[in-house]
Design a protein around this ligand. Sequence first.
Ligand code: ADP
Ligand code: MG
Length: 273
Amino acid sequence: MDKNKKLIVIKYGGNAMLDDDLTSELLKNVVELFNDSMKIIIVHGGGPFIKKNLEFAGIKSEFVGGHRKTDSNSMRFVEMALKGEVNGKLVRQINNLGARAVGLSGKDGKLATAEKRFHFNEKKEAIDLGQVGDVKNISPEIIIHLLNNNFLPVVTSIATGDDGLDYNINADMFAGHLAGEIKADEFIMLTDVDGLMEDIENPETLITELPIESIDRLKNKIIKGGMIPKTDACKIALEKGAKTAVIINGTKPELLLKAVKDHNQFCGTKFIK
Ligand code: ADP
Ligand code: MG
């Protein structure tokens, strides 16, 4: 791969995607970086879109400890929401802005394989959530081909397991594994808050730098809910070989440019290895 071009993996969260104007501002900035000769990969989630799609289909999900159980019928609708709706829309918007986007899931070119992930309750019992998985393996060849030919890959976090079933993988974790595997120069997670905060209610408690060895100690205390896979993903990315990892606010589109171009500027939570 062309080593002179900066390689950036951007995880774009479903919650930061809900406002169309902000999404298009953000994508304009993504394309600006792309036009600035950077290699960009977007990995996206789409929780709110999955929820809407399942409701629309009249599917009543069972929740275990706050986690949605995904049976094979639900998985069809998860894929329609993520790969059909969200991925298709991001690709169209990026293309309209002048770059050439290619929409993929982990299945394409066998980019990723999945394995079933169990949820552990307070009693440490393994709970089966159906087709909810972890990344087992990443083979980034397809992504490298696309980047080397000036395409912008847009990846949705679904992959197939050795059992032949499709799995819905948390997009943060998918992105973290990919960023680590391809040794990204920057791993940038865009979400709907300014970063990890000591007190979610008080933006002044933003943690601007966090050593990855502190993550486990803060889990379920400061690091809760959606921040658990995000911090784990940053840790995996840095451990596997990504050079930097940050969580920033994707609903403030200017922060993306700031994070990439002006490294010393404070803009979210930066993870330190
Ligand atoms: P995304 O779609 O970007 O993955 P999530 O909802 O999964 O978004 O994760 C972001 C959310 O994590 C925030 O909106 C916030 O409600 C929650 N959260 C939990 N703990 C914290 C924390 N300590 N600081 C900031 N946000 C937190
Ligand atoms: Mg999330």
